[in-house]
Ligand binder design. Structure first.
Ligand SMILES: NC(=O)c1ccc[n+]([C@@H]2O[C@H](COP(=O)([O-])OP(=O)(O)OC[C@H]3O[C@@H](n4cnc5c(N)ncnc54)[C@H](OP(=O)(O)O)[C@@H]3O)[C@@H](O)[C@H]2O)c1
Length: 371
């Protein structure tokens, strides 16, 4: 079966490798793939436009658009990209659009299309009821890549729902950046130097957008909701990695030096806690305690034993452990390396596989791996 796709955000950090991977791995080549992908449309932001073709866009043209070598036609809103007759088309959302993306996702589901999303925003700004409406049909709404770049937490939590296996607790390190920073401090580097070095490589373009814990809050909310937990705003306590007063500066050239006063504080803390065998990690705990009565999310920096599962995480690795009635000893997901554009793109292609009915194995074997 041919899988038709429309990539929203095709010119972004994830969108570009996604289009390139589809072409390089001959996903679109019907002569070589039993379930070929047909790229029906590609879009950037409204001002940079979109292209589409009912018979599929040629790979060379798709690459040119995603690499911004070719302009698109402007459009007004994401919902303008929906075509009622394209029921078979799966929309891929790798934008960072917010309200308009939520409106788009709701329309996609209402109109009978499918979606694969890495964009976390629609699933976190919506209500719990809207979340359930969106994600009710597992095949038509796939969002594994919104948390840990598709490492398997979302499918496991979805399965728990169907198995009537209630979530007791979810705990984890959900930010590669916020594992990398304390790891480097353990290696003797200064906090402000690590942030400078990691900026744009492991962090968001502005590192404050990682250090404020907002991304972890969004991932935690998606995990909780996928596990069937309706966490209210007042039951989410997210403490930033550094004090709030350091997070307001949006001019990056002023922001980076402004972190220097924190260097001796972290240095002292790291040294003292190391004597007790402890290391700093940014930990999320989602609880569904019947005694408390309501599910809660607590996230923030914590000192944990260096030998514990989270303390032992190296580099940019992420990990979560899910405790359920049937997995009372805890079900680990990871450790896996934090997202990254290539890995996210690759796992979006993996998510797309779940949407193919009558999927056939590819006769051609993958090439030998290098190294
Ligand atoms: N990077 C990762 O490792 C990773 C992992 C998991 C999830 N994600 C999520 O994946 C999404 C994309 O990340 P990214 O790093 O690729 O972002 P990005 O580089 O900023 O790219 C965003 C893309 O969306 C388009 N866009 C922006 N605003 C839009 C709007 N209002 N309507 C339609 N399209 C719009 C942009 O078009 P223009 O080129 O015209 O601006 C661009 O193609 C984000 O939601 C991110 O949270 C990323």
């Amino acid at each position: 079966m041919t899988q038709k796709v429309f990539v929203l955000g095709a010119t972004g950090n994830v969108g570009r490798p996604l289009v390139r991977q589809m072409v390089e791995n001959s996903d679109c080549d019907a002569a070589r793939h039993p379930n070929p992908t047909q790229i029906d449309g590609l879009a950037a932001s409204p001002i940079n436009g979109r292209i589409y073709c009912e018979d599929g866009i040629r790979p060379r043209v798709a690459l040119d658009f995603s690499e911004r070598r070719m302009p698109g036609l402007r459009y007004d809103r994401l919902t303008d990209l929906l075509r009622p007759s394209w029921k078979e088309t799966t929309y891929i959302d790798v934008t960072n659009a917010k309200e308009e993306a939520l409106e788009f996702h709701m329309r996609v589901i209402k109109d009978g299309h499918s979606i694969v999303a890495a964009n976390k925003l629609p699933l976190t700004i919506c209500t719990f009821e809207e979340f359930n409406k969106l994600t009710n049909d597992y095949r038509r709404y796939r969002f594994s890549c919104s948390v840990m770049a598709g490492a398997g937490a979302i499918p496991f939590l979805r399965d728990c729902q169907d198995l009537n296996d209630p979530i007791i607790k979810i705990q984890g390190c959900l930010s590669g950046t916020l594992t990398y920073i304390p790891n480097q401090m353990e290696n003797g580097m200064k906090f402000s130097d690590i942030v400078r070095e990691a900026r744009g490589r492991y962090t968001e373009p502005h590192p404050a957008d990682d250090l404020d814990g907002g991304d972890v809050r969004r991932k935690s909310l998606i995990l909780a909701r996928t596990g069937g937990l309706d966490v209210r705003k007042e039951d989410m306590r997210v403490t930033p990695f550094i004090p709030q007063e350091y997070l307001g500066e949006r001019d990056i050239e002023k922001f980076l030096p402004s972190l220097k006063p924190l260097d001796p504080v972290f240095e002292e803390q790291t040294r003292e806690m190391a004597k007790q065998g402890k290391v700093l990690r940014y930990i999320t705990t989602i609880t569904n305690d019947p005694v408390v009565g309501r599910p809660q999310i607590v996230a923030g920096p914590e000192f944990v034993d260096k030998t514990s599962p989270f303390g032992a995480l190296e580099g940019t690795k992420n990990m979560i452990i899910i405790w359920t009635r049937d997995h009372s000893e805890g079900y680990p997901v990871g450790p896996v390396y934090g997202a990254g554009n290539e890995r996210t793109a690759s796992n979006i292609r993996r998510d797309l596989l779940g949407n193919i009915s009558g999927r056939k194995a590819r006769a051609e074997k993958p090439p030998a791996a290098n190294g």
